[in-house]
Design a protein around this ligand. Structure first.
Ligand SMILES: Cc1ncc(COP(=O)(O)O)c(C=O)c1O
Length: 373
């Protein structure tokens, strides 16, 4: 890949793919709503398509290098969000048709943009009898892959190139700071936390890595349940989550995350979606708790996709976001599997997937008995 020229006026890019990354950091001191000492926000929303363009580019370039995707070959993926935008971007940058399978949860702005960027978007209409919408989308991807023999499926949950795509983000942080004490990452596929942690730990062994998850997410051993928030959290156990890297995990609910987004918008201008609000809250709390002025939170995207949810008063009313009193501090938790509806945290982190750890199979991940990876 080419490198952009750094001129005093800004980067001079010869191709679209050179636009990815090199995002700024911003000191955030706006109250959330409590005053806090301040933290640094890594503004991934300033990269085209947001943070997931890094993962999309890395997975597509990796597949091309290994010969799994030939020039002009089709990319097929199941996504309802940011990865779709990232793949649409890479499709244009590197010349690949993109087919995305999604469901009714996709927001209107993302759907319109994906189509404008030339992606073919397929919306599955019925959940699968077992495995719900996620399974229905995966089944449709399997059909499409069978139809397009040459097609490439990035499989963002389990593809190590997803995490590797964020190693440059870790190196950017090392260049932007002399010292980093704590990094706060939202966790969905586990990609960016794994990539950033692997680079930072190699240089700063004592750095504290804090994961942020959603209530109702299975990622850190909670019982999966309906989730309002998108982006962070998962109903399966992705291979990309680097459990050994996390020092603690916070579960932050939709009321707290939405409130933080609105506080950021009012006091800080720069804001984002569910994961940004949750990361901001956890980062401010970590800065206050540790007294460190070198806490960095990764803000994955900007606010625009959330105009019909977080920033819509009626949505807030309908979903009880405004009436609920927001927690000010996390409750301490052990490894109990339910009840993370309000902001809580735990420092006991283990891989919850029996399919991976004991080989007894996992109904959430469709891993069969004896199928250790
Ligand atoms: C907006 C947003 N925030 C956070 C995440 C979680 O990041 P990761 O998948 O790298 O764990 C995602 C993943 O899709 C996302 O789209």
């Amino acid at each position: 890949m080419n490198h952009p020229e750094n001129t005093p006026g800004g980067r001079k890019c010869h191709s679209l793919s050179e636009l990815v990354g090199n995002t700024p950091v911003l000191r955030v001191t706006a109250p959330l709503p409590e005053p806090h000492p301040g933290f640094w926000a890594k503004l991934e929303g300033m990269s085209p398509g947001g943070m997931k363009s890094r993962a999309a580019l890395s997975m597509v370039v990796g597949a091309r290098r290994r010969g799994e995707l030939r020039a002009g070959g089709t990319i097929v993926e199941s996504t309802s969000g940011t990865l779709g935008i990232g793949l649409a971007y890479v499709g244009i940058a590197l010349g690949h048709p993109v087919v995305l399978v999604t469901d009714h949860e996709i927001d209107n702005l993302t759907l319109a943009l994906l189509r404008a960027y030339g992606a073919r978007v397929e919306i599955v209409r019925e959940p699968a009898p077992r495995g719900g919408w996620q399974r229905a989308r995966r089944d449709r991807v399997a059909e499409l892959l069978a139809e397009h023999e040459e097609a490439f499926w990035p499989d963002q949950y389990n593809n190590p190139d997803n995490a590797a795509g964020y190693e440059p983000l870790g190196r950017e942080l090392l260049a932007q700071f002399d010292r980093v004490d704590t990094v706060v990452c939202s966790v969905g596929t586990g990609g960016h936390s794994a990539g950033v942690a692997s680079v930072l730990r190699a240089h700063l062994p004592n750095v504290r890595i804090v994961g942020v998850d959603s209530p109702g997410s299975a990622l850190f051993g909670q019982r999966p349940d309906k989730r309002l928030m998108r982006g962070l959290g998962s109903s399966i156990h992705p291979d990309n989550v680097a459990y050994h890297q996390f020092d603690e995990v916070h579960w932050i609910g939709p009321s707290e995350a939405a409130r933080a987004c609105r506080d950021l918008a009012r006091g800080n201008f720069v804001t984002g979606g569910w994961s940004t609000g949750a990361v901001a809250l956890a980062s401010a709390w970590c800065a206050a708790e540790t007294g460190s002025d070198e806490v960095v939170g990764i803000f994955p995207d900007g606010p625009h996709r959330y105009w019909e949810t977080i920033y819509d008063d009626e949505f807030g009313e309908r979903n009880g976001l405004h009436g609920t009193r927001c927690a000010r501090h996390p409750a301490e938790r052990g490894t109990e599997r339910s009840g993370a509806a309000r902001w809580s945290r735990s420092r006991e982190i283990t891989d919850p997937c029996p399919g991976r750890t004991t080989g007894t199979g996992c109904s959430l991940c469709d891993r069969e008995e004896g199928a250790l990876p």
